[in-house]
Design a protein around this ligand. Structure first.
Ligand code: ZN
Length: 77
């Protein structure tokens, strides 16, 4: 049984690809892409709750009292 320690984003459910990330830096990809890329099974993954950069930004906004579902300044497409 393999135990692959992988960071799991509690916000969007993506996994952090730290094994062979493109561009040399940790890349957050969806779980299906991850298991297909490495040929592993969900049961092999030892997921550790974490937060990807995008969700960390959302959580930071939420903690400051703003509503992430109702952004007042929507500048992103
Ligand atoms: Zn995320």
């Amino acid at each position: 049984m393999n135990n692959i320690s992988v960071r799991f984003c509690v916000g969007c459910g993506y996994l952090c690809d730290e094994i062979h990330p493109e561009g040399g830096q940790p890349l957050w990809i969806d779980g299906h892409t991850y298991v297909m890329k490495y040929g592993v099974h969900w049961s092999d993954l030892d997921r550790r709750d974490d937060t990807c950069p995008d969700c960390a930004r959302v959580f930071a906004i939420a903690q400051h009292g703003a509503h992430p579902d109702a952004p007042r300044t929507a500048t992103t497409a």
